[in-house]
Design a protein around this ligand. Structure first.
Ligand code: AHG
Ligand code: MN
Ligand code: MN
Length: 322
């Protein structure tokens, strides 16, 4: 099986970018080790702090953020960093070629139950017109990402990665400490009979979206004419790993009862990287009305509705929202 670095070289990925990806993965391997040790490495439970989004930080949110930040600051390859767990952007190395955003630990509520969790990351080219300490570095649509990926800390530790070409899957060989290519090309089938959404929010959705889900639930005897199954992990990274692996649709629509902040998932470090992985695996990724990768961001912690996965199912869902 091919190792990650030779595979990236074969894809003609520039050497500076390969080194940056390697840095991110060094931090992820450390996170993977600590997650694997669980209660033995004192990573479970909460801190007493909140992040800028008003969420209580788990110990592992803070540890993962610190590991990634320290290694990226040391790497010399990154001009600016944005993280879910940092209120503002962090200026790193002047004149460095890239900027990086990450969700250090996605699925925080799964940490203490030994459930699926992961790290999501995205890389863009730095903008020479803007200072390193400005969040305007990240005022680039997701279509400008030069690399997007996640590391899933599940029964095995897996990496999903795209550098513009196909989305590929690698598995961490813990005996050698390296990622080995295990799926050359991910392809999300256009059709699916599996959906993934938080049904507890049913009464907060728009009438169009509720209508869509109602029709899914009607099964063989309804307008859709087939039985759908539901899966929900509570961690986007785990749910999207399933969608990338065997198809499906993942939705986190707007909450109509919260007009000031209707969406939950973050554009920069959740929706955009997953959208790039999905599109490069022949799937589709939309908000309730536009392609996620075309959105011009207005701030680093901006949130968007998310509907992504099997292409035909995303189209069907969007037709209910017109
Ligand atoms: P995070 O742990 O990084 O804050 O993200 C959690 C996100 C996402 O992964 C997941 O799909 C969603 O929140 C679940 O939220 P609810 O349980 O509120 O539906
Ligand atoms: Mn998250
Ligand atoms: Mn997180």
């Amino acid at each position: 099986m091919k190792r990650l670095i030779p595979r990236l070289e074969q894809d003609n990925v520039e050497i500076e970018l390969i080194l940056l990806i390697k840095t991110i993965l060094t931090a992820c391997k450390e996170i993977s080790f600590r997650v694997g040790q669980g209660a033995l490495s004192n990573v479970l439970g909460s801190t007493l702090d909140e992040n800028i989004q008003g969420e209580t930080q788990k110990k592992l949110d803070v540890i993962s953020n610190q590991l990634l930040k320290d290694m990226l600051l040391e790497s010399g390859k990154v001009r600016t960093i944005a993280s879910e767990e940092e209120d503002y952007v962090v200026a790193a190395t002047d004149d460095a070629p890239y900027i990086v955003a990450f969700d250090p630990l996605d699925g925080s509520s799964n940490i203490d139950i030994n459930g699926q969790i992961g790290t999501i990351f995205t890389i863009y080219r730095a903008n020479n017109e803007v200072p390193a300490e400005s969040e305007l570095q990240f005022a680039q649509p997701g279509s400008e990402q030069v690399c997007a990926g996640y590391v899933l800390y599940g029964p095995s530790t897996m990496l999903a990665l795209t550098t513009g070409g196909p989305s590929r899957l690698y598995t961490l060989d813990k005996t050698q400490g390296c990622f080995l290519l295990t799926t050359e090309t991910l392809t999300i089938a256009a059709e699916t009979a599996e959906f993934s959404l938080n049904m507890a929010n049913f009464h907060q959705w728009s009438s169009g979206f509720s209508h869509y889900v109602n029709d899914l639930l009607l099964g063989e005897n309804g307008v859709r004419g087939k039985k759908f199954n539901m899966r929900w992990n509570g961690a986007m990274v785990g749910d999207m790993h399933r969608v990338l692996s065997r198809g499906g649709i993942f939705c986190y629509p707007n909450d109509e009862s919260k007009p000031a902040q209707p969406a939950k998932l973050r554009l920069l470090y959740e929706a955009n990287p997953l959208a790039m992985l999905v599109e490069n695996a022949h799937g589709k990724a939309y908000t309730e009305h536009e392609r996620i990768l075309s959105i011009q961001p207005t701030h680093i912690h901006q949130r968007v509705a998310v509907i992504m996965g099997s292409a035909n199912e995303v189209d069907t869902c969007l037709a209910y929202l017109k």
